[in-house]
Design a protein. Structure first.
Length: 454
């Protein structure tokens, strides 16, 4: 087999990539000042900006977006007349959750069992490193054949929409012929995959109040309306007996026609305990890619340790609703709010506050860019054909970009395959996957430039 100089270059650069990812993971860049200081995000943004400058990018800027966070932009000119490709990643991360459950510190990249562990290693600081690796490999082998724009978002995980609003106010900034979103992942480790659909999402807080203050459960319990019990009733109303999502007026019977997800594989990937059944009906792919899904993300109530024998006067929950393509997230938000209000028992006072929202996304997989990516994936993953799958998660920026630039082709790739366990404790990235996807992206840019010249 003929040696691939791009692959050889990427392999030689992998130690540098690990060192850089170690530096980037070390920043606790959770874009929620209620949980982590803003300084962690600012330091990560500055690091990304410096990395772009060191690669010769022009017009590098740390952009202050309307939600109070920062995104990083840079432009690398290519040959005259070449098309423009926008590369996307985000540097903000999910909070590390239960610190005691991490085998190694979440903000300290650690190699173990052939993987690199750390919060953001796959989602999505590793995505930024992937872009850098691809560009460096091209520069070492004849140059970058297209104009490159890079945008690194600072609040994707919070869903507060800062970059979307900034892009809408500055529509020329991110315009491109093709957009590569580096925040998805292969269906399975080693199986090259592009993501064709993303579910949208809405986030709401629901507050239930019943009393002016907490009461002694022995003196008043049994007649005094318990706000926590009322909230539990409300939350239970969001699921049918089999666990399917049931929001009044929201359709939930769509099916997925593409790549299927065997139940046994899903149980293994999700680490479902022995004897515990999956929830919902239809195929696994139907449930996670084609239908709405509600999740209770958190409840404000007294912890077990230190709890007193009291009837609770108030309780609050944060609820996520994932919305599949074909359903409008704004309408789903209205239906969810109406459902919560209608199912609150005992005349309890209920208030619903929306805290985040993003529309679902569906890509045109018949576009020339997908053909160029399929050829690139064959080179990076010998013997494998590129697959097309859905993703249950949300990337709100995709719909903003699709609306701003309707002629642009949008592809989603990335490092978040099932073993990465993104958003969970002990998140990790496969260095082999980082290597292969960097090779694929580099070849894609070559193929795409050639297709435009033809």
């Amino acid at each position: 087999m003929t040696a691939d100089p791009i692959a050889e270059t990427v392999a030689s650069l992998l130690p540098r990539a690990k060192a850089e990812l170690t530096e980037l993971v070390a920043f606790p860049s959770v874009a929620d000042p209620a949980q982590f200081p803003r300084s962690g995000c600012e330091a990560a943004a500055d690091w990304c900006a410096d990395a772009l400058r060191s690669e010769g990018f022009q017009d590098v800027a740390v952009l202050d977006t309307p939600d109070g966070t920062q995104s990083v932009y840079g432009y690398l000119p290519g040959p005259a007349g070449a098309p423009t490709v926008l590369l996307y990643a985000h540097y903000d991360v999910q909070p590390p959750l239960d610190l005691d459950a991490w085998v190694t510190p979440p903000f300290e990249l650690t190699e173990r069992d052939g993987r690199w562990f750390g919060r953001g290693a796959a989602d999505c600081k590793g995505g930024f490193i992937m872009h850098l690796l691809a560009l460096r490999a091209l520069k070492a082998n004849g140059g970058v054949p297209v104009n490159i724009k890079v945008i690194v978002e600072g609040s994707e995980e919070q869903g507060t929409g800062g970059l979307e609003q900034y892009a809408e106010a500055h529509p020329e900034l991110l315009s491109a012929d093709t957009i590569v979103i580096g925040d998805a992942g292969n269906f399975r480790l080693g199986l090259p995959t592009v993501t064709a659909t993303l579910r949208g999402m809405t986030l709401v807080r629901v507050q239930v109040d019943t009393l002016e203050g907490n009461l002694h459960s022995g003196q008043f319990g049994g007649a005094a309306p318990d706000a926590l019990a009322a909230l539990i009733r409300v939350l239970d109303s969001l699921r049918a007996e089999d666990g399917s999502t049931t929001v009044d007026g929201l359709a939930g019977e769509a099916t997925w026609e593409g790549l299927q997800y065997p139940e046994a594989d899903f149980r293994r990937d999700a680490k479902v305990l022995d004897g515990v059944g999956l929830i919902g009906s239809g195929s696994v792919a139907d449930r996670i890619w084609a239908r709405p899904a509600v999740t209770v993300l958190g409840i404000d109530c007294p912890p077990v340790v230190g709890a007193t024998p009291s009837v609770q006067a108030g309780a609050r929950a944060l609820i996520s609703l994932r919305v599949p393509p074909g359903q409008d997230a704004a309408q789903a938000t209205k239906l969810l709010a109406a459902h919560l209000e209608a199912h609150t028992p005992w005349g309890a006072r209920v208030a619903v506050e929306q805290t985040g929202q993003g529309q679902a996304f569906q890509a045109d997989v018949s576009s020339p860019a997908y053909a160029a990516m399929a050829d690139a994936m064959r080179l990076a993953y010998p013997g494998e054909e590129m697959q097309t799958a859905g993703m249950g998660g949300s990337i709100p920026l995709c719909n903003t970009l699709a609306a701003l630039y309707p002629e642009s082709e949008i592809l989603l790739i990335g490092l978040s395959e099932p073993e990465a366990q993104i958003h969970a404790v002990n998140e990790s990235v496969s260095p082999e996957e980082l290597e292969r996807l960097s090779v694929a992206e580099a070849h894609f840019l070559v193929n795409y430039a050639a297709s435009k010249q033809g």
